[in-house]
Design a protein around this ligand. Structure first.
Ligand SMILES: [Zn+2]
Length: 418
């Protein structure tokens, strides 16, 4: 593949502003970062993408946890208590979707994410009870729109869950293996739903599967108080201690939510080198609680952000919510700053998912967004502060994944354009 040299008047690199920032893209990745003339000599046949005044390049955002088809619950699920939201909205609408419905819905959600600068999305996908056709529709939607997919392929066997979500352990393992073999670009990993929607045997088996397949294990953990009450009754343990007893708390674990954890449990996550995905907008929308992101980061736990229920599929919103919630939870405006929030959305999210992205770094995927500075309306603000506290999705002019344009403002379906 012929190299591309990207030259930007302004860029945000490791959260620091740089001027006249240049890098070369080859084979989907950043091949070199150097002054323009040096890149010109090294990549003789390269084409040049020149971003002049009025825009800045920022690393593509990482959406670490999403259920894209929940965009269909917008309006219908609003303002319902969690149990009613699940039973009357989620369980009523989602099980009836055909693979074609899934394809259309996911493509729409992925376009919305790309328009907000998201370049990688981890889809926690649980419509698997009737086979892989629905999951394949998700993969097709990702290919069509150009977003990078991490398919956190759900395993669920709770009798209370809709039949369209349920599988036996053997069937879930077989179908997950098939997806892994047939769709390497989907970054398939395993995702037992939660301690309440997957049996203990299924969670244990998913842990063994993750070790054998060398992949991440995503699971909803300690999202709401009722979960802890349930596990205490069933096993005498908290959700995290229960997961430990099932052998899945290790460096493969991606704990989604991680709200109801005591100090020792947070330390246990750090000691295990596990990751957390924080979903601050959904946590507010569903009245879940507030994850102690500050405490987890201080212990060295990589924390990423997710749009989860996709109230609005925007990582810009999630960054802002994450920062504001930490300030509120600690009653201290200085408890959390814009730089930390930006890292959650980029480099730390990528680390949590195990994806080589999230910043301008040699060897990383060439994923970035072009931000319209005129729409930020913050001439005196550092760029990172403006993005975290003030930016709306309309601020993104173009989004690139693997060096290829997947979104351009005013155009639909720009995937594959160069
Ligand atoms: Zn979720």
């Amino acid at each position: 593949m012929i190299a591309v040299i990207v030259r930007a008047e302004r860029a945000l690199v490791d959260t620091q502003e740089r001027t006249d920032f240049c890098f070369a893209i080859q084979d989907e990745r950043i091949a070199a970062i150097a002054p323009f003339e040096e890149l010109r000599e090294r990549f003789l046949d390269a084409s040049v993408r020149d971003y002049g005044e009025g825009v800045a390049l920022v690393p593509g955002f990482i959406n670490g946890h999403s259920h894209a088809y929940q965009i269909l619950l917008r309006g219908i699920g609003d303002d319902l208590p969690f149990a009613r939201w699940r039973d009357e909205a989620l369980y009523t609408i989602i099980p009836g979707l055909s693979p074609e419905d899934v394809h259309r819905t996911f493509a729409a959600a992925f376009r919305e994410m790309l328009a907000g600068g998201v370049t990688t999305v981890a889809e926690f996908f649980y419509l698997n009870g009737n086979g892989n056709a629905h999951a394949e529709a998700v993969i097709e939607a990702a290919r069509e729109t150009g977003i990078r997919l991490v398919l956190a392929r759900c395993w669920m066997d709770a009798p209370a869950a809709p039949e369209a979500f349920r599988e036996s352990i053997d069937t879930a393992a077989k179908r997950t293996r098939e997806l892994m073999a047939n769709f390497p670009d989907a970054n398939v990993c395993v995702a037992p739903h939660s301690v309440h929607a997957a049996s203990f045997d299924m969670i244990r088996a998913a842990g063994e599967f993750a070790r054998e397949a060398d992949c991440r294990l995503h699971i909803h953990l300690a999202e709401a108080a009722y979960e802890g009450e349930q596990t205490a009754k069933q096993s005498g343990m908290t959700p995290l201690r229960l997961l430990e007893s099932l052998g899945v708390v290790d460096e493969r674990l991606v704990a989604v939510h991680a709200i109801y954890l005591d100090a020792d449990e947070k330390k246990a996550l750090a000691d295990a080198r596990a990751s957390v995905i924080h979903n601050p907008v959904t946590n507010q929308y569903l009245g879940d609680g507030i994850c102690d992101v500050t405490g987890l980061l201080d212990l060295g736990v990589p924390v990423g952000l997710g749009t989860d229920a996709n109230v609005n599929a925007s990582i810009l919103d999630e960054m802002r919510a994450a920062a504001l919630l930490q300030k509120l939870a600690r009653r201290d405006a200085g408890a959390f700053d814009a730089v930390r929030a930006f890292r959650l959305a980029t480099s730390l999210g990528a680390k949590a998912l195990g994806v080589d992205a999230g910043d301008f770094r040699v060897g990383a995927y060439a994923d970035y967004a072009v931000v319209d500075l005129n729409r930020l309306c913050a001439p005196t603000s550092p760029l990172v502060n403006a993005l975290v506290y003030r930016a709306q999705a309309g601020v993104v002019r173009e989004t690139y994944v693997n060096g290829a344009r997947a979104f351009k403002a005013g155009e639909q379906g720009a995937a594959g354009a160069r």
